[in-house]
Design a binder for this molecule. Structure first.
Ligand code: GLU
Ligand code: ZN
Length: 322
């Protein structure tokens, strides 16, 4: 896995791009997709495009079409898809039903506010507070008497899965300290990310997942679901994010780094690819390069461990002022 050469005997490699249409794709997304795409293509693998639109309140009109335009502009093609995640609700529901039938989940009626008030420790930005277990005494059958539709939480076993990350190495994340029992089905009656991503990656034959390292704490949860549902997990590779000069994840406050905005100012895909390739240690200096020329240069071990700081001067160097 994540080697350069296709292996004759092993199962075919399948990678994926899984954008959420919750906003425009920016330089940070492009870097992660580039790494994911190259990791699959360099191994002779296929690429699936899945649009993760289950977070419906945050989905933006037109973002799906725009994402396809952005990926095509970069030259990141796919063999299957776009598969629309919300069209797979019956499969997600079937997975929940398995968990319900085995009493592996329990109904939770806590609001975000309830959980925050009960949290004893400060929490990581994106992770949210540790779930205090307020509803953990319930069984599945208790849901009938609750009056309103609950969310469903997966009850953690004592041990959290340890896994090998192709970029980060061995990961030991104790879910009892990070997040706690986690939601697999939301109040809204829709699947949570953790469940949908597992059901879909498995159904779509994905063998390697490359994504931003903000999701590394999701992986042990997903591995629990793979094991519980009797599904084969993919290999995982979490890569550092792109941040602004303040060290925070790329966002509007860092100026307009949307791919569409770069394009509108005449930046070519080759110029951006050159910048991204340099940031990954594949080129000694920033110079325009075609995607196919990156295939022989791709490797994981030259990618810096730290987030890539997108200095405005780097963008100016490829002809863009944010
Ligand atoms: N849809 C997620 C995102 O755009 C990615 C999820 C994943 O790669 O597992 O952040
Ligand atoms: Zn609860």
């Amino acid at each position: 896995m994540f080697s350069r050469e296709p292996t004759a005997s092993a199962a075919p490699i399948v990678g994926r791009l899984a954008p959420s249409p919750t906003g425009a794709q920016h330089v940070g997304n492009a870097r992660t997709y580039l790494i994911a795409w190259l990791a699959a293509r360099c191994a002779g693998g296929r690429v699936v495009l899945r649009i993760e639109d289950i977070d419906s309140p945050r989905v933006k009109a037109g973002a799906f079409e725009q994402t396809c335009i952005d990926l095509r502009w970069l030259g990141l093609d796919w063999d299957e898809g776009p598969i629309i995640q919300t069209q797979r609700l019956p499969e997600h529901r079937a997975a929940l039903d398995q968990l319900l039938a085995r009493d592996l989940v329990y109904p939770c009626t806590c609001t975000r506010g309830d959980i925050e008030r009960a949290a004893s420790a400060p929490h990581l930005d994106h992770e949210g507070p540790l779930y205090p277990g307020s509803c953990a005494h319930r069984r599945v059958a208790d849901a009938a008497s609750l009056g309103s539709q609950p969310a469903w939480r997966f009850r953690l076993p004592a041990e959290s899965p340890v896994f090998h990350d192709a970029f980060l190495g061995e990961q030991r994340i104790d879910l009892h300290r990070v997040g706690g029992d986690f939601v697999v089905w939301k109040f809204a009656g829709t699947p949570a990310y953790q469940l949908a991503v597992v059901v879909d990656d498995a159904a779509q034959g994905v063998t390697q997942v490359v994504r931003g390292d903000d999701l590394v704490t999701s992986t042990p949860r997903q591995l629990l679901l793979y094991a519980t549902l009797g599904l084969q997990p993919p290999a995982f590779c979490h890569v550092p994010l792109v941040v602004g000069t303040d060290g925070r994840r790329l966002a509007k406050r860092h100026g307009d780094t949307r791919l569409a905005a770069l394009r509108a100012q005449g930046v070519t895909a080759e110029s951006l690819l050159g910048l991204l390739a340099w940031s990954c240690g594949w080129l000694p200096k920033v110079e325009p390069i075609a995607l196919r020329e990156l295939l022989p240069l791709f490797r994981l071990d030259t990618i810096p461990r730290q987030p890539f700081v997108l200095e405005p001067a780097l963008l100016r160097g490829i002809g863009y002022s944010a």
